[in-house]
Design a binder for this molecule. Structure first.
Ligand code: KDG
Ligand code: MG
Length: 408
């Protein structure tokens, strides 16, 4: 058998998604997620203008060989566009292989290492009352872990805080349909550093010590600011502090480590194992945050997580709404199978998205399971997808109060 056709489907059920459909000569269909938030069409073009013709006629079972063919064969390596495109092909081929085997993908990855995948929800609020309300709501739903983000006095709308007001299943969608340019937000690290530790103190007072608390710094602190923050929040026992500093500078994490025992997570903007080389071998992080969708797919992610395992570093796979249900399924199968699982991010998709992507995930008391359908367990409904046209959307740009562009 061989690959008969390769199609790229762009749909926007509330937000944009790029999905790859690979069909074999005897009609088996595999799906892959190629969504790159705010730059979707670049990956769609990479796939349809460059990779599709290279894939037709290849043996769909040769997953490793196809990965190397696309990665080494391009000469130009790495980067989010290339690695999202390779990831989509890789996911689709694993979906096909598992469907042909009649097994859920996690069985081909070694079988389940646990009964379910602990997930964390996004709790946020513009002020403490709204945040506390969101945390309480997630606890009632059974979540055992929440990421907390809150407004900072003096700043307007900031990263990670729902504008929708108090609520549990709030929709926080950072990509804005803002016409031809990104929306702009304001930032001041000093006000943030002075405000946040008190918020964690109040959360621990109100909710006790059981709840796992996570927080995302979203690349905004300098190394020394991040070291101070990590030290200041130590008494509140964070599960992790994510993206404390910008992702390019691996050695920045050394400085944070020298000053604090707050566990560190990084990697959602990384796209290969090489971005982690120093971080893993020097044990500068505790959790790998890559998305399967942006890191070359299941093949590459499994190798990355096995490498991390040698150093006692665990997984914390990226799972925001800009990872489609196909990418989320790939994460869940890996989470279930690997030994060094840490936690999985879970931002539920909206109803329109779930009409387009039919999933078989189940949620029970804070744990997700990918289901036991053969393959990834997600099917895209092409008729439903065609009702939602691509709509340009951008992640915001951040500026300091004096107008200087800052990391968002
Ligand atoms: O596309 C960017 C978002 O996925 C990102 O801002 C979300 O930081 C994020 C997270 O931790 O989910
Ligand atoms: Mg993040």
């Amino acid at each position: 058998m061989s690959i008969a056709s390769v199609d790229v489907i762009v749909t926007s059920p509330g937000r944009n998604f790029v999905t790859l459909k690979v069909t074999t000569s005897d009609g088996v269909v595999g799906w892959g997620d190629a969504t790159l938030n705010g730059r979707e069409l670049s990956v769609a073009s990479y796939l349809s203008d460059h990779l599709a013709s290279m894939l037709v006629g290849r043996d769909e079972d040769r997953i490793e060989d196809t990965w190397q063919y696309l990665y080494r064969g391009a000469y130009w390596r790495r980067g989010p566009v290339t690695m999202a495109a390779i990831a989509a092909v890789d996911m689709a081929l694993w979906d096909i292989k598992a469907k042909k085997a009649g097994m859920p993908l996690y069985q081909l990855l070694g079988g389940a290492s646990r009964d379910g995948v602990r997930v964390y929800a996004h709790a946020s609020g513009t002020d403490f009352a709204a945040l506390s309300n969101a945390i309480a709501g997630y606890r009632e739903l059974g979540f055992t872990a929440v990421r907390v983000q809150t407004g900072v006095p003096g700043l307007g709308q900031i990263y990670g805080v729902s504008a929708a007001g108090p609520g549990v299943r709030y929709d926080y969608e950072p990509a804005k349909r803002s016409g031809d340019r990104p929306a702009e937000e304001q930032w001041d690290t000093r006000q943030y550093l002075n405000h946040m530790p008190g918020v964690f103190a109040k959360i621990r007072e109100e909710f006790g010590t059981d709840l796992r608390l996570l927080h995302d710094g979203h690349h905004r602190m300098s190394p020394i600011e991040a070291a101070r923050f990590a030290k200041d929040v130590e008494p509140y026992d964070l599960f992790w502090l994510e993206d404390a500093t910008p992702g390019e500078d691996q050695t920045a994490l050394r400085l944070i480590r020298q000053h604090s025992t707050t566990p560190l997570a990084i990697g959602e903007v990384f796209n290969t194992v090489y971005d982690y080389q120093t971080l893993i071998t020097e044990r500068l992080i505790d959790y790998v945050r890559s998305a399967v969708t942006h890191t070359g797919g299941i093949t590459a992610m499994k190798k990355l997580l096995d490498f991390a395992a040698i150093y006692g570093i665990r997984s914390g796979i990226h799972g925001p709404t800009d990872i489609s249900p196909v990418g989320m399924a790939a994460a869940l199968h890996l989470d279930l199978a690997i030994h060094n699982f840490g936690i999985q991010e879970y931002m539920p998709h909206n109803e329109q998205t779930l009409e387009v992507f039919r999933t078989s995930f189940t949620f029970d008391k804070g744990f997700l399971h990918p289901g036991d359908q053969p393959g990834l367990g997600v099917e895209l409904d092409e008729d439903a997808a065609s009702a939602f046209e691509y709509t340009k959307a951008y992640l915001p740009v951040n500026r300091l109060l004096d107008g200087t562009v800052h990391d968002w």
